[in-house]
Design a protein. Structure first.
Length: 147
């Protein structure tokens, strides 16, 4: 076993050596590291909360000021504040939208993607061949659960 030392708190955590670890050591260490990481993230979120709130207040003021001045940007030696426009288009009624796109041949209004569950089913039923024009991959990752 080796040690992992938290620079801020001085807390020492035992870490399984990767040279010749037991399964018990590796899983126990993995869970302990994941728990410590979650603890650090939680503390960090709390610390950052006050910064985010202060920045939100300033952003609200600057956005209001820009609006009153009827300008989209203002700059100084320190930097530039500007209005950034983002867009969103969501579907309120799937059936209505689908019918409109097909009837009017406005296919540029839609973004079609392959349904991974349906594609996997198709592959299973068709000798491992995917539908024409599709790619299908399965990715594997490790999960470690506590008992």
């Amino acid at each position: 076993m080796s040690e992992l030392v938290d620079k801020d708190t001085g807390e020492v955590m035992q870490v399984a050596d990767t040279a010749d670890p037991t399964l018990q050591q590796m899983i126990t260490t993995y869970i302990a590291l994941r728990d410590k990481k979650a603890e650090i993230v939680k503390v960090q979120k709390e610390v950052l909360k006050q910064y985010n709130e202060a920045m939100d207040e300033i952003a609200l003021f600057l956005k209001g000021w820009l609006g009153k001045q009827h300008v989209n940007a203002i700059g100084c030696d320190a930097g530039v504040a500007f209005i950034r426009r983002t867009r969103s288009a969501t579907i309120a009624d799937t059936q209505l939208f689908r019918e409109f796109v097909i009837e009017n041949k406005n296919f540029e209004l839609a973004h079609f993607t392959a349904n991974k569950d349906a594609v996997e089913g198709y592959i299973s039923e068709n000798d491992g061949k995917p539908p024409p024009g599709t790619n299908f991959r399965v990715y594997e990752d490790l999960s470690v659960n506590r008992k």
